[in-house]
Design a protein around this ligand. Structure first.
Ligand code: GLP
Length: 270
């Protein structure tokens, strides 16, 4: 696991965009997994900026949306399909046929979830899965208690999430209680997982995810078992970490570690 601490939210977004751009340079047809929420908004702006400057070509990119509310059409302003279109896809040259999304109104939920998993396999798996984190440590809509080996499936939203969503809907009966989400097992199969977090209200869940025990009570802690998980967080979100000085030190030393000769003490060099 790698923990990168940046001064502020803008630094988190710049660093994350650079990691994604670099990962895409090494693949002819990169496959990316995209989350919603407030946190990735700045990242998507940076990616659009890179695209406009010719730094990233979305024509070869395949996208999978991480989750979706059940009951909403893709055209509903609160759907995650709408969010991704309006915050990223419509501004870049991604091909519509390369955008895969969980359907909020599937005919057969189990069948739909199975075919989503199958589609991910068919394209060779996700290269970079981008994530945010909930205050309670959830990733995607895998709320605490979700099996660490769960697959894409229907989940019941927490009472808190349903309450928090009320202001976004005209009518209380319209507020979704259910969602479809990639499972934790699905997420950790991505070749690289990039989790972004910013702000003091994420400090506790970030600390428990990185330095606490691996537990279904903190779904993001499953990333400790991933060989290529990167947390890019700001100072406020890092404030609960015991080892934050080490993470900073390791990040600063990274360039030198790429050339091992540079880190051998002079006396040992012939
Ligand atoms: C929702 C989404 C997650 C997201 C989380 C945090 O639960 N399903 O994918 O990471 O919210 O959102 P925010 O970035 O707004 O704090």
């Amino acid at each position: 696991m790698e923990v990168i601490i940046k001064n502020d939210y803008d630094g988190v977004c710049t660093e994350s965009a650079a990691i994604i751009q670099e990962a895409c340079r090494h693949k002819s047809s990169p496959v990316l997994g995209f989350p919603t929420g407030k946190t990735p908004l700045g990242l998507y702006e940076k990616l659009i900026g890179f695209y406009n400057q010719g730094g990233i070509d979305f024509a070869s990119i395949t996208a999978f949306n991480l989750d979706e509310y059940v009951g909403l059409e893709a055209s509903h302003p609160q759907s995650f399909a709408y969010y991704m279109d309006n915050h990223l896809f419509r501004y870049v040259n991604i091909k519509r046929e390369n955008v895969f999304r969980l359907n909020g109104q599937p005919g057969n939920i189990e069948e739909h979830c199975r075919s989503y998993e199958k589609k991910i396999q068919e394209v060779g798996g996700i290269d970079v899965q981008i994530l945010g984190i909930g205050k309670n440590g959830h990733i995607a809509f895998n709320e605490p208690g979700s099996s660490l080996s769960s697959r894409t499936r229907l989940k019941i939203l927490t009472r808190e999430t349903v309450e928090a969503n009320k202001p976004f809907f005209l009518n209380e009966r319209e507020v979704p209680r259910f969602c479809l989400t990639m499972g934790i097992g699905t997420i950790v199969e991505a070749k690289m997982v990039l989790l972004l977090a910013a702000g003091k209200d994420k400090a506790e869940s970030v600390a428990r995810a990185i330095e606490g025990p691996v537990t279904a009570s903190i779904p993001a802690s499953a990333l400790q078992l991933h060989a290529r998980a990167i947390f890019v967080i700001d100072e406020a979100a890092a404030s609960g970490l015991t080892n934050r000085d080490y993470y900073r030190w390791a990040y600063e030393s990274k360039d030198r570690a790429l050339d091992p000769l540079k880190i051998i003490p002079t006396k040992l060099k012939k």
